[in-house]
Design a protein around this ligand. Structure first.
Ligand SMILES: Cc1cc2nc3c(=O)[nH]c(=O)nc-3n(C[C@H](O)[C@H](O)[C@H](O)COP(=O)(O)OP(=O)(O)OC[C@H]3O[C@@H](n4cnc5c(N)ncnc54)[C@H](O)[C@@H]3O)c2cc1C
Length: 391
């Protein structure tokens, strides 16, 4: 009998035959072998925070990895940590700090699983900081035949594993390159949007991390900068806008209200004009959308299908409440993003097809599809969404 399965927002729903928790490597191997013997498709879920249908299938088995946790193993000499795949980002910061390390960067929230972050190429903000996938130096993967491989043993497999869409196999741990432990000084402020955009390059260059949310209701910006600080933590009680703490405490925000989201990455030089056009669209045509627009930066990388592959990037996110329609608004935004050569976040909404991704990533996309087909020739880890994009 099929079971109900939903993502975090509740807007993406499916009815797989079975949703099964897994807590050990042996349980993962047994589940994958059983699925292969019965020709069941398999999807693997972390915290289910993706807004795209990457997790979903009205058939087969969904493996839940919340229990695939345990100790993380730090190699202080190499500056790396091997982290169980299901461990939430919120559980990683303290043990790393105790060993003298922090993650190089983090995104808006810390509820995702480690493998889920890598699954869709999650990023934070920072002029010189790449996506979290770029910190991956190894991963253990259970393939469709139940064999267990180390991604680092094959450079192509490692590159594909860095941003894998859950399409290679079940990842049971991820090894990340770390930074020496650091404190951050957070400063938040409100300001009209025009003066912020007039000095946007200056603001981005001034600190390790800069981002803003533009609120269409009052045409103002809630800006945030995070600067390296020597520490120790300082709550700065005299100011409600500033404080200093350990990096993993400062990075995450609360995103309690369910919503759905589209995010595109555009070349950094085009960020201001692209944002101006989204702002104009919301001020003229979609005046009922109250949700803010987020503006962040990501450094260029050499990944195959990463949003910042080969170019300095600005990511722009638009949101809508789950109670109201979003598609007409998102499609209109997508037209603007595409006119700036935009690339959609793999874990958020888009309306693109395989040929679009081929054009966006060229040879990198072909290589990713080839490695996927080599590791999973029968498509055990595909669902209709991934089949349409990757085969
Ligand atoms: C409130 C909110 C805030 C967000 N903030 C950001 C942000 O700041 N920056 C950003 O870039 N994105 C952000 N996102 C998007 C989201 O973080 C990503 O889509 C992320 O992949 C979700 O992680 P997860 O653990 O929930 O993974 P899931 O959504 O559960 O899965 C994501 C992908 O990873 C695969 N996967 C998960 N675990 C495994 C495993 N063990 N083995 C193999 N494959 C696996 C899945 O099959 C799927 O393809 C946000 C989303 C929400 C809802």
């Amino acid at each position: 009998m099929a079971v109900d399965f939903a993502n975090w927002s509740g807007l993406i729903r499916s009815r797989p035959a079975e949703v099964r928790p897994v807590a050990t490597l042996d349980e993962v191997v047994a589940a994958v072998q059983e699925a292969s013997a019965n020709s069941w498709p398999v999807r693997v879920a972390g915290s289910k925070h993706s807004h795209s249908p990457v997790l979903h299938n009205d058939d087969g088995l969904v493996l839940l990895t919340d229990g695939l946790v345990g100790e993380l193993t730090i190699d202080a000499g190499a500056g790396t940590a091997q982290i169980p795949a299901g461990m939430k980002l919120s559980a990683v910061g303290a043990p790393l700090w105790d060993a003298g390390f922090s993650l190089v960067n983090q995104g808006d929230v810390d509820v995702q699983s480690i493998a889920g972050l890598v699954g869709t190429g999650v990023h934070g903000t920072g002029r010189q900081l790449q996506s979290m996938s770029e910190a991956v130096v190894d991963a253990t993967i259970v393939l469709a035949d139940g064999s267990v491989v180390s991604a680092a043993a094959d450079p192509d497999v490692l590159e594909a594993a860095r941003l894998n869409l859950g399409a290679l196999g079940v990842i049971t741990d991820v090894t990340l390159a770390l930074a020496p432990a650091y404190h951050l000084h957070e400063t938040k402020w409100r300001e009209a949007v025009d003066p912020v955009m007039e000095r946007i390059d200056e603001l981005i260059a001034a600190t390790r991390h800069f981002e803003f949310f533009w609120y269409p209701g009052d045409d103002s910006v809630r800006a945030k900068s995070l600067a390296l600080h020597p520490g120790p933590p300082d709550p700065m009680p005299e100011s409600e806008w500033e404080y200093v703490d350990r990096a993993h405490i400062v990075f995450p925000s609360q995103r309690a209200v369910e919503h759905t989201e589209m995010e595109y990455s555009v070349p950094r030089a085009d960020g201001p004009e692209c944002f101006a056009q989204i702002r104009a669209l919301m001020q003229t045509t979609f005046t009922h959308i109250e949700w803010p627009v987020e503006y962040r930066t990501v450094a260029s990388d050499t990944s195959w299908i990463g949003n910042a592959s080969g170019r300095e990037t600005v990511s722009i996110s638009v949101h809508q409440t789950i109670a109201e329609p979003h598609e007409e608004f998102f499609r209109a935004c997508e037209e603007i993003f595409l006119s700036f050569d935009g690339r959609p976040h793999w874990g958020k909404r888009h309306y693109r097809s395989r040929s679009d991704f081929e054009a966006m990533y060229g040879e990198g996309f072909t290589k990713f599809c080839q490695v996927r087909a080599r590791l999973d020739p029968e498509g055990r880890f595909l669902n209709p969404h991934l089949t349409s994009l990757l085969t």
